[in-house]
Each structure stands twice: as C-alpha cells, then as structure tokens.
Write a protein that binds this ligand. Structure first.
Ligand code: NI
Length: 179
C-alpha cells in the first residue's frame, strides 16, 4: 500500500516521535508500505513522519547509487556521537519537493538501532550512509534539512516553501535520490 508523502508545512513533520516498544505485525506492515512508497517516489530514504506516522523508524535503500547496498530498516535509532570531520553535499527531501541545497554535516557517526527482527546494532558509520542516516534521524527529531541552512539561504527559499505548504508544488518522482 502506498502512503501519501507528507510535505513541508504538515504538522506531522514537526511532531515528536514515539519509541517503538515491540516490533509487531503492524510495524512490519508499515515498514513494507514505507519501502513501497519510497521506491514509487524514487527516493533512497524515508522516515515515518514523512508518511504521517509519529514513530522512531526510517528506511534506507542506497542501491540506486551503490549496487552493493540494499534495504536497511532503522527502528529506535539513536545517534550517540559525531566525528570531528565535516563534509558538504547537496541534499533533497521527498517532503520538500524541488528544493536542493548544500548541507554541511559530520562525516561520521556512532549510531545504534534495531532491525526488523529486533536485532540490536551499534556501529561507527561514515561516508554517504552516515549522511543519509543523519537526514532521516533529523526527521525523527522534527528537523528538516532546510533548518540547517543559513537564515539568508532560508529567506531566499521562503517563496518556494510557501508554495509547497499550500500544495502548489507536489511530490514528484525524480532521479535526484531524495531523502
Ligand atoms: Ni527527508
């Protein structure tokens, strides 16, 4: 089942998310639908708030960029620390169609999470995956990538953001690997 992707301006993107106490059939169903929704939109990452669910959960599949990658599910993720190095990358977000901006982020993180079977992980991750995890994790923390931009940059985007919030600009599948 495809979910509707919630776009900039929707309250659910700014709503606190709940820890998932148990990986029930319902959670598995949500995860399956999130992958379906993400693939339909040609995204490579999708967080639960983006489909209207205030849960601490996101999915990632970097296969379109890296064929050694595949489906990854992050349940109750927690970022414990950030590396000292920073890098820049032009990010996009399925919830903020048409806007892409350079975002500076730590290039490595230590993150723990559970997978769909409930197995626990705690790893140091760097490279592009670390960036995507930080972007999706931000969604769980009510933060959007445009929040990381300078106030000047944000003011330049104001008009476009308003159009997204009013529904004038809609989500469209693009080949830009949106998050
Ligand atoms: Ni996003």
């Amino acid at each position: 089942m495809l979910y509707e992707i919630q776009t900039y301006g929707k309250e659910v993107l700014r709503t606190p998310t709940q820890v998932i106490p148990e990986i029930t059939e319902e959670i598995k169903e949500i995860v399956s639908n999130m992958f379906e929704t993400m693939y339909a939109a040609e995204g490579i990452g999708l967080a639960a708030p983006q489909v209207g669910k205030s849960l601490r959960l996101f999915v990632i599949d970097l296969a379109p960029m890296d064929e050694t990658e595949g489906k990854r599910v992050f349940i109750n993720p927690q970022i414990h620390s950030f590396g000292d190095d920073r890098d820049e990358y032009e990010e996009g977000c399925l919830s903020i169609p048409t806007i892409r901006e350079i975002v500076t982020r730590p290039s490595s993180i230590r993150v723990s999470w559970q997978d769909l079977e409930g197995q626990k992980f705690d790893e140091e991750i760097d490279g592009f995956l670390a960036r995507v995890i930080q972007h999706e994790y931000d969604h769980l923390e009510k933060t959007l990538f445009v929040d990381h931009l300078s106030s000047l940059k944000r003011s330049l985007l104001k008009k476009t953001l308003k159009k997204i919030a009013s529904g004038e600009i809609e989500v469209e599948a693009s080949e830009n690997f949106e998050l």
